[in-house]
Design a binder for this molecule. Structure first.
Ligand code: NDP
Ligand code: 2IT
Length: 451
């Protein structure tokens, strides 16, 4: 059969839509990757014949289960939990757990699909997976969160393990939740083993893991600037979110001589024209990680700050934008606003924060635009290094982890340039990340034959 006779991008996407009715986020993620992959494999018969992309877009398995728990008022509550094991061609399934009322099978399938390409880009032996539940930890007592996590793990434990599938945190799953989840896993299997990453340092967690995603995204930005003989020094940034990724991205951006003008949460955004400096960031870390407060409290504490109830930061003038909250937070209109306001770099700390239309705006305007699967890979990369440390029964120091993370992000940047450089003065980082991420997994799958 001639290559030209094989299915084209359009018929491929029709098939994806038909097989995944109503799963909009998943279809969006597959579409974003497949556009570039179809162009790349146009003249590569072996990938077509082995149906590689078709197989990658069908998760190895989707596990769904009931999670029953009792709240403090003795009401019995029922949630739905999932683990999506997308692809383990190059290593055990790896990816976070998300606890959020907006979690659906479609959201977790998109995240597991993206994770497969992201993990490949790290160069480490990590497959792609994602999981979570439609549970809202906000406003729950510690005891309620503990009971939920224990119930969740009582089903999940049979599907994971250090050589099988290694979850970590994501939205709504931080230190506290990882502690409860790991405690229950260890109790059930009666083994201490690195089946979860993002653990606290007292029990096998890696130095730099909490910072790795946000710092890594800023290192990626540094690499993009360096590629153009420029730097972060003196630049301004607008950042969305105020969780793990956003606060650490803000910290590193500030440390490198930039000024952060905004942060947000799901209730609203703050605009601080003086900049959110290290001292203010420390206050914010305590607010968010210890007191579980709201970003509006920042405006009460620091004068000169505007709080925009229900608002987002995308119309504030700045050099860089770092969406670090959630998927599809930047649509076409917001993207246009960024371009019109002179933003020159967009770096995604979050997973798929830009809609397909927004990505088109960035690509058309030839911005420095780093998609999440490249820019936020530092988190899972240090998770991979946590797995290595757990297997070796060692703890590496700060200097070593810092150097490894810096090098990993530089390597990812190089891979994106290799496949995304247009030969002129523009690097299409989306294309570069998609092709580089695809190639390693695809070649592994070819080696395995029809499985
Ligand atoms: P956190 O739970 O620590 O923080 C999430 C932040 O985003 C909070 O400020 C939250 O506000 C805000 N947010 C969540 N949902 C929405 C929404 N629907 N609209 C507006 N704001 C929202 O999560 P992380 O920082 O860990 O994750 C943020 C993003 O980064 C996610 O896309 C995640 O997948 C991605 N990511 C995370 C990695 C990690 O290592 N943690 C690694 C790679 C990517 P509020 O408190 O009001 O809900
Ligand atoms: O989206 C992500 O890369 C994460 N939430 C981190 C996954 C991990 O296994 O550390």
């Amino acid at each position: 059969m001639a290559v030209a006779d094989h299915v084209n991008f359009h018929t491929f996407m029709e098939g994806v839509k038909k097989r995944n009715p109503g799963q909009e986020e998943f279809i969006q993620a597959v579409r974003e990757v497949s556009q570039d992959i179809f162009a790349f494999i146009e003249d590569k018969r072996e990938y077509h014949e082995a149906q590689i992309l078709r197989r990658m877009a069908e998760p190895d398995r989707v596990i769904s289960f009931r999670v029953c728990w009792e709240d403090d008022d003795h009401n019995i509550r029922v949630q739905r939990g999932w683990r999506v094991q997308n692809n383990n061609a190059i290593g055990p399934y790896k990816g976070g757990l998300r606890f959020d009322p907006g979690v659906t099978e479609s959201v977790l399938k998109f995240l597991a699909f993206e994770q497969t390409f992201k993990n490949s880009l790290t160069g480490l032996p990590l497959g792609g997976g994602k999981g979570g539940a439609n549970f809202n930890p906000k406003g729950k007592s510690d005891a309620e969160v503990m009971r939920f996590c224990q119930s969740f793990m009582t089903e999940l434990y049979r599907h994971i393990g250090p050589e099988t599938d290694v979850p970590a945190g994501d939205i709504g799953v931080g230190n506290r939740e990882i502690g409860f989840l790991f405690g229950q896993y260890k109790r059930i299997v009666n083994r201490w083993e690195g089946a979860i990453t993002g653990k606290a340092q007292e029990f096998g967690g890696s130095v730099m893991r909490p910072e790795a995603t946000g710092y890594g995204a800023v290192y990626f930005l540094c690499n993009m600037y360096a590629h153009r003989d420029d730097s972060i020094e003196g630049k301004t940034a607008i950042i969305s979110g105020s969780g793990n990724v956003a606060l650490h991205a803000a910290e590193k951006f500030t440390e490198l001589g930039g000024k952060v003008l905004s942060l947000s949460d799901s209730d609203g955004a703050i605009h601080d024209p003086d900049g959110i400096d290290a001292e203010k960031l420390n206050w914010l870390k305590a607010l968010k990680f210890e007191r579980r407060g709201r970003i509006s409290e920042y405006a009460e504490k620091f004068s000169g700050t505007e709080y925009r109830d229900g608002g987002e930061p995308w119309d504030i003038e700045a050099d860089c934008a770092l969406p670090c909250a959630t998927q599809n937070e930047i649509g076409k209109e917001e993207a246009k606003k960024l371009v019109d306001n002179g933003v020159k770099a967009v770096v995604e700390g979050a997973n798929m924060p830009s809609t397909l239309e927004a990505v088109e705006v960035f690509r058309d305007a030839r911005l420095m635009y780093a998609p999440g699967k490249a820019a936020n890979a530092g988190g899972v990369a240090v998770s991979g290094l946590e797995m290595s440390q757990n297997s070796e029964r060692v703890s590496w120091n700060h200097e070593k982890l810092h150097d490894m993370l810096t090098e990993l992000m530089a390597d990812i940047h190089t891979k994106c340039v290799e496949f995304g450089d247009d030969g002129g003065d523009y690097v299409d980082y989306v294309k570069g990340a998609n092709i580089a991420g695809f190639k390693k997994v695809a070649d592994a799958m070819l080696a395995f034959g029809v499985v």
